[in-house]
Write a protein that binds this ligand. Structure first.
Ligand code: HEM
Length: 168
């Protein structure tokens, strides 16, 4: 006798009672801190590549120093953003249960290691560091930032993670 086919297939992850509890807990008056912080590493990573490009074009040491500061701020604000995101990931059950949140975490940790390498390499001599390796690592950091940021946006816009249900 063939086994009976259920009328509707149920995803055991989606069926979990807390699956739709995705509201941000690390928030100020309901506004997620992570979303506020991520703008800084994103902008600073692009600024570091811009500064390296201007140094390459002009040879002006000002741009090498700007690259040192931009790469340092990208890393430090990236770590702060990473801490707020990780606490959110671990505390909010509906975020923790989604595979997409963990993919974002993996992209983000890879990004933070590239941002850290970009800054750390320059600390030993910021002018000599720019060409060729500094600018190449900055370009890698911009690519990793784009991937991580785009995927973070997917979490919010596609999966409604970290959003509020008040207006619905
Ligand atoms: C290291 C661990 C990280 C974790 C666990 C994490 C987790 C999250 C989570 C749960 C969200 C959904 C919104 C929220 O709940 O606040 C999110 C959104 C986002 N994340 Fe991350 N994140 C991390 C690092 C980063 C970094 C370093 C960046 C920098 C590029 C980044 C970029 C974004 C962006 C752009 C969004 C969308 C924000 C919005 O449009 O509101 N994340 N992340």
């Amino acid at each position: 006798m063939p086994a009976e086919i259920p009328q509707q297939l149920v995803d055991p992850i989606e069926a979990h009672p807390h699956f739709h509890r995705t509201e941000s807990k690390i928030a100020i008056a309901g506004h997620p801190v992570h979303a506020m912080l991520v703008a800084f590493p994103v902008a600073m990573a692009f600024c570091a590549l811009g500064a390296d490009g201007f140094y390459w074009l002009t040879g002006d040491i000002f741009w090498a120093r700007a690259g040192l500061w931009a790469s340092g701020m990208a890393f430090l604000f990236g770590v702060l953003a990473g801490i707020s995101g990780t606490v959110e990931l671990l505390l909010v059950p509906g975020i923790r249960k989604r595979a997409a949140s963990w993919s974002h975490f993996i992209f983000a940790v890879m990004l933070l290691s590239v941002l850290g390498a970009n800054w750390g390499y320059r600390l030993g001599g910021y002018e000599q560091a720019v060409l060729p390796w500094g600018i190449l690592v900055s370009a890698l950091a911009v690519g990793a930032t784009a991937l991580t940021g785009w995927h973070g946006g997917k979490l919010v816009f596609d999966y409604h993670i970290g959003t509020s249900s008040k207006g619905r």
